[in-house]
Design a protein around this ligand. Structure first.
Ligand code: FES
Length: 133
């Protein structure tokens, strides 16, 4: 990561991320989503553990983009322990603003929020099937 381009907050989230990694893939409460960014072809794998309508744990693996890793770390910190609806309210513009991203990296902030929405949609779809809905 190029120092001087990024804010101190970006560097801090990058250096102290506690959400990099994975959750047990086949656990009943874990949903997994892979999202990609067309602008650069980078890919993120996001896993969310959801219990009783709350985000319990978040883990991610980011391939190729340190900026998106920092943003995912921030999103994980924001949403763990929150109700799903609050987690879904996180917007990439808030992520970019919080971290003071340079303009060339604004698109990176979309990955985490889009992966989260896809993971929650997958969770809801699976639950609807289990409930016969
Ligand atoms: Fe591709 Fe950041 S440069 S997601």
């Amino acid at each position: 990561m190029v120092m001087g381009v990024y804010s101190k907050r970006v560097i801090r989230y990058c250096n102290y991320s506690r959400n990099i990694g994975s959750l047990p893939e086949h656990a009943r409460d874990v949903v997994t989503c892979v999202a990609g960014e067309e602008a650069c072809c980078d890919v993120m794998r996001l896993q969310v553990s959801i219990r009783h309508g709350m985000v319990d744990e978040v883990r991610f693996q980011m391939y190729d983009c340190g900026s998106a890793s920092c943003e995912s770390s921030l999103v994980a910190r924001w949403i763990e322990g929150r109700p799903l609806e609050e987690a879904l309210a996180v917007r990439n513009s808030a992520i970019a603003h919080e971290l003071g991203l340079p303009p060339v990296k604004i698109h990176c902030s979309r990955l985490a929020s889009e992966a989260l929405r896809a993971a929650v949609a997958d969770y809801r779809s699976k639950n609807a099937q289990q409930c016969g809905g």
